[in-house]
Design a protein around this ligand. Sequence first.
Ligand SMILES: N[C@@H](CCC(=O)N[C@@H](CS)C(=O)NCC(=O)O)C(=O)O
Length: 216
Amino acid sequence: MFGDHTLTLTLYGAEASGAVAVEAALTLLGLRYQLIEGATWAEEAARDRVATSNPMRQIPTLVLPDGEVMTESAAILIYLADLDPAAGLAPAPNDPKRRQFLRWMLYVSSAVYALHWIKPDVKRIGAPEASRDAVVEAVHERIAFCWATMDAQLSPGDYLLGDELTVLDLYVAVVSRFGPWRERFEEAAPRMAAVVHRVDNDPRLAALWRDRFPED
Ligand SMILES: N[C@@H](CCC(=O)N[C@@H](CS)C(=O)NCC(=O)O)C(=O)O
C-alpha cells in the first residue's frame, strides 16, 4: 500500500481520543505507524505540537509517507479503508451499502463528534464559564438524541451495516465512549450497543482498546 514506507505514517493521537479509531483501522490493516501522543483538548503543549501539521490543533492528524497531511477522522477512516479493498473495511463505491456507509460516517463526524469541541472551554461558543455544567449537559443531551436517531434508522446485523465490520463500527465504538458515555449510549441506542460490544470484544483489537481506553 505504502510500499516500504509504512513506518513513516505518523499519527498525532491520544488515549481516549477519536484518534484511537484511526489506530484501530491501522491495526486491522496491519499498517505500522509512529504515534505522537498528546491530549489536545487538555494541554496547550499538545495543541502547539500538532499545530505545525494541523492548524486546527486537533487530533487525529495523519501525516502520510509523502508528507501530505490528512485531518478529519471520517475522511481518514474512509481513505484508509479504501486503500485496501480486500480488507473489506468499507463497502466498495459501487456497493449499494456505500450510500448509508458514507451517510453515517459523516453523521458521526458532524452531528456527534464535532460537538465535543465545545466542552473543554464553553467560552469557545461565547457561553460564560459559570454556565459550563448546563452547556455540557445540553451537549450530552443532543448527542444522546443523535445516537437514538441513528439507532432508529439502522438495521444492524453483526455489524452496523450488515455482516461485515467496517470503519463505521470502529468509529462508533470509539465516539460512543465519549460523553455522555457508554451507559447513556446503551440506553439511547440499544441496537448499536450490541454491535459496539462485539467490536469491543474483537480479539484483533483487544490490546488496543485496553491500552488506549485504560480507564474504561
Ligand atoms: N472534526 C474533527 C474533530 C477532532 C476533535 O475534536 N479532536 C479532539 C480530540 S478527540 C481535539 O483534538 N480537541 C482539541 C480541542 O478541543 O481543542 C475530526 O473529526 O477529526
